[in-house]
Design a protein around this ligand. Structure first.
Ligand code: OGA
Ligand code: MN
Length: 294
């Protein structure tokens, strides 16, 4: 197994390993160490069946059951399909346009996702990259006064796009507006520490995102907005100094650490060009905050 960084700021490519079989404890330990060091692993040349992807994913912890049961594979309900493919009857094969704004997966629930794993099953001819932002590096780069303002504070997170003025709803996703409106009413907001101490590395990372963080606990909108805007500017910065953009090769399996990264789907592809990813998620093992949101 060979581990090679893919950028100066985050991410490493892993070659010379076949994830379809049983992995030895030394290999697993080496993978975990590389993962904690680089935050994103790009494991090349994998063609895992859904069951094999599930077996590999379980090495890292317990899996989340996808909420979107109609978009899972036939072979395994633990594997969700991300795809822009539309069946002749107008229904979507997978989740269309997932992750189009910067976020960390499931930060809108009390126990957020730990690790997300995508296997590229079909890549479009152009577009379809995933972009990552190193939130350890962002935290380290914050000016001292901003660090002081957010230390010990909690971001308010909500899943619905309709309660978030910083995002828009994709026109390509069938029924999206109704879906988000129902979510706005049905789902609660949760709080998360703005500065997260990574449970395994002990390093501090900024933990908030334009997609899910809609306020700061105990602050009015007028107080919170300038702080959030300043924080989000590091993540959405056009110069992208803390970022790595992954362009998928055939058969890449990519895993990332939601505790210290934000990510987004860049898009830039469209039918008849098809992108298909198989997604598994290792659930969190703890809540980061233990207080109620309001
Ligand atoms: C996700 C996600 C990005 C992508 O699966 O959580 O944000 O590029 N995916 O598909
Ligand atoms: Mn995501």
């Amino acid at each position: 197994m060979k581990v090679t960084p893919v950028s100066e700021i985050l991410g490493a490519e892993v070659t010379g390993i076949d994830l379809s079989g049983t992995l030895g404890s030394e290999t697993k330990a080496a993978l975990r160490e590389a993962f904690l060091t680089y935050q994103v692993l790009v494991i090349r040349d994998q063609t895992l069946s859904p069951a094999q992807q599930v077996a590999f994913s379980k090495i890292w912890g317990d899996l989340e059951i996808p909420a979107n049961i109609q978009h899972t594979t036939e072979e395994s309900q633990n594997v969700m399909i991300l795809s822009n493919e539309i069946r002749p009857d107008g229904t979507a094969v997978g989740v269309v346009d997932g992750g189009d704004f910067w976020h960390s997966d499931s930060s809108h629930v009390a126990v957020p996702s730990m690790i997300t794993i995508l296997q590229s099953v079909r890549n479009p001819d152009r577009g379809g990259d995933t972009e990552f932002c190193n939130m350890y590096a962002v935290y380290a780069a914050l000016p001292q006064d901003l660090k002081q303002k957010i230390e010990g504070q909690y971001g308010i997170h909500h899943v619905s796009k309709t309660v978030n003025k910083r995002v828009t709803i994709s026109p390509d996703r069938p029924g999206a507006k109704d879906f988000y409106e129902a979510q706005a009413a049905a789902r609660a907001q949760v709080i998360q520490p703005l500065v997260l101490v990574h449970p395994e590395t002990g390093r501090k990372a900024l933990y908030c995102s334009p997609r899910f963080t809609v306020g700061i606990k105990g602050m009015s909108e007028e107080q919170a907005d300038p702080i959030l805007d300043e924080l989000f500017a590091y993540v959405t910065d056009r110069k992208r100094p803390y970022h790595y953009r992954h362009k998928y090769r055939a058969n890449d399996l990519v895993l990332w650490d939601n505790r210290c990264l934000c990510h987004r789907a860049v898009g830039g592809y469209g039918l008849p060009d098809i992108r298909r990813m198989h997604r598994t998620v290792v659930g969190g093992d703890r809540a980061y905050a233990d207080q109620a949101a309001s």
